[in-house]
Design a protein. Structure first.
Length: 83
């Protein structure tokens, strides 16, 4: 299974939803809390081109935010991305 990374903050409701989504599907992820280290914001923006959270990556693929994650799941693309 490819590595899942979520850039998030403590107070972001969509970040919480994304983590709950992965937890319910028993998918391990690494969380990078950008509110604890502001230098990580620049890293996230450089990788994703976006300033909002969450930003979700599966392997080298940038999924996007929570809505993008759900769309990938509904379209049946998420499982392919994870393998």
């Amino acid at each position: 299974m490819k590595k899942v990374i979520i850039y998030s903050t403590r107070i972001c409701p969509y970040c919480i939803r994304a983590k709950n989504f992965f937890n319910k599907k028993n998918i391990d992820y690494t969380e990078i809390m950008i509110d604890q280290d502001p230098s990580l914001i620049a890293e996230m923006v450089e990788k994703s081109g976006r300033q909002s959270v969450p930003q979700i990556f599966i392997g080298d693929y940038h999924v996007g935010g929570f809505d993008d994650l759900v769309e990938h799941d509904m379209d049946g693309k998420l499982e392919d991305l994870l393998t």
